[in-house]
Design a binder for this molecule. Structure first.
Ligand SMILES: [Ca+2]
Length: 308
């Protein structure tokens, strides 16, 4: 189980990164307004020269600044990223019946003019990635949760589980447990007990993706997938997780198998599904996280991860 009062890794570093992101967004928006007012080519060129300034977190902040500006300009932006590393997917085709067909730019973004509210399904495709249908809503003229992660092809793997969400909470965690066996999360990022299983990416700054890839599952075993709202781990009745826009996409052998949306309600633990007999059984309920693991268990799990 997760969630011990012990500070999660890199507490100070994460704080500094967050401050840096805020400053970068402020800089981004300021420069964008200046460039836009002076008609320096609008948003298409905006920010292109600043990529070398920062790390991945700063790059993401720049993209969010770009997208905020696009929305102010009456456009609907959506952004597409690689589920394994969170990097933009340029050159992907996004087909939206009733709206149009678009190609993502270098930052993985498409835009179209704001339009009447409604529910839509788009199909995202690019060579090397799994063609993925995604449902989305336009509400009050915009798409609120507009970051989407797409899985690279994986013909030889049983499952890939990808968690996307909105800006808050900053840190959601995927947990994948084999009954009587391994427990994959940021604590223990990989196991080789029945084929490789690993946490590919732990996101701690909002939006995701947070991703687990499972090479093989045993049809005689039972597995459970759940999400912990680490940011609100001490608030058992928090509604932040239910309002996070969290979506889990489960891919299997080069196709999208299931999409799970976080349900309404209270709780900092989202029980998503079980795998039993080789099939996925949806659960999708919110609950309060159970009592925390002992300090000894915590120490053991950290050491296992360290020496794995
Ligand atoms: Ca996380």
């Amino acid at each position: 189980m997760v969630s011990n009062p012990m500070p999660k890794r890199r507490g100070l570093l994460r704080f500094l990164i967050k401050m840096k992101k805020i400053l970068m967004v402020a800089l981004c928006v300021s420069l964008g307004l200046l460039g836009y007012a002076q008609d320096f080519g609008g948003f298409g060129d905006f920010g292109g020269g600043f990529g070398s300034f920062g790390d991945a977190a700063s790059d993401e902040a720049m993209i969010r600044g770009d997208m905020a500006m696009m929305q102010m300009d009456g456009l609907v932006p959506m952004r597409f990223a690689n589920a394994l590393d969170g990097k933009p997917i340029p050159g992907a085709t996004v087909a939206i019946p009733g709206i149009g067909t678009f190609t993502t730019n270098a930052k993985g973004i498409i835009t179209f003019p704001q339009r009447a509210d409604g529910a839509f399904t788009m199909t995202v495709s690019k060579s090397g990635f799994i063609t993925t249908p995604i449902e989305f809503k336009i509400q009050t003229g915009i798409v609120i949760f507009n970051w989407f992660s797409i899985s690279p092809e994986m013909p030889n793997k049983d499952y890939r589980i990808v968690l996307d969400w909105g800006e808050r909470p900053s840190d959601l965690d995927l947990h994948f447990e084999k009954r009587g066996g391994y427990h994959i999360s940021y604590h223990n990022m990989r196991s080789h007990s029945d084929g490789n299983v690993q946490l590919d990416r732990d996101d701690t700054s909002g939006y995701g993706p947070e991703t687990i890839t499972i090479e093989r599952t045993d049809t005689r075993s039972v597995y459970t997938l759940y999400v912990i709202d680490y940011t609100n781990q001490r608030s058992r009745n928090s509604s932040a997780l239910s309002q996070s826009g969290a979506v889990i996409r489960v891919y299997s052998r080069n196709r999208l198998l299931h999409t799970f949306q976080v349900p309404a309600g209270q709780g900092n633990r989202w029980e998503v599904f079980r795998i039993e007999g080789g099939n996925i059984t949806p659960i999708s309920t919110l609950a309060a996280e159970k009592p925390r693991s002992s300090a000894l268990q915590r120490l053991i799990s950290l050491q296992n991860n360290q020496f794995d």
